[in-house]
Write a protein that binds this ligand. Sequence first.
Ligand SMILES: C[S@@+](CC[C@H](N)C(=O)[O-])C[C@H]1O[C@@H](n2cnc3c(N)ncnc32)[C@H](O)[C@@H]1O
Length: 253
Amino acid sequence: MRRVIVIGIGTGNPKHLTMQAIGALNGLDAVFIPRKGESKADLAELRREICRRFLTNPATRLVEFDLPVRNPREPAYGKRVTDWHDAIADLYCDLIAAEADDATIGLLVWGDPSLYDSTLRILERVGAKAGFPFAIDVIPGITSLQALAASHAIPLNDIGAPFMVTTGRRLREEGFPTGTDTALVMLDGECSFTALADAARYTIWWGAYLGMENEITVSGPLDCTAEKIVRTRETARARHGWIMDIYLLRRNL
Ligand SMILES: C[S@@+](CC[C@H](N)C(=O)[O-])C[C@H]1O[C@@H](n2cnc3c(N)ncnc32)[C@H](O)[C@@H]1O
């Protein structure tokens, strides 16, 4: 039976790879390397760099392919994502089928596959479409939550308290989450912290390209720091052509 190993690679620093991940990488027949277009060429390059550094098994092949893109003309967000996942599942189905029926195949997933990543959901679809069985294993990786906490040397939670992980869109549309004083915000292309009423009530710890050479961090009271983050983010995004950032917002007690 074919086996797909979903390997968390951390957030952009090859040194985030665990010994377990390196071991798994070297047991693969094929590593799939998705290309996500010119603007995200760095992300495919990081996967190649990981293979250059850690892959010592000469029998492991790198299989590169262009990842389908979302259809910008589809107005409904849910359908746009579902169609996109379906297209990726079709492609994975073909790529996995092209491997030997006892092959071990690796997918290198940014951060950890459990956190705002659809690889495991897409593989579920592949399972429903494919005319052959395959097993799935997961190797955990360092998440952007951990990278943020490490770079600022802060704990995520207050003593005995919960925290919420959410998206920029939800923060913008629903305001600060209820039931917690700590929100971790991901996937925010619009600096949604600027939409919070009463910024003086919050402290922010923000980080972009965490773990990478060009890592940037900014922290402080939200009312004094928000503008600096917006400017820093704009400049960095223009310079690199892409940005990934995350932040922790804590309500001051
Ligand atoms: C599609 S999610 C993937 C999350 C990933 N699976 C993880 O474990 O962190 C992408 C979001 O993760 C965050 N992120 C991932 N890598 C990051 C990095 N190196 N620096 C800052 N934020 C990062 C950003 O909020 C980005 O929008």
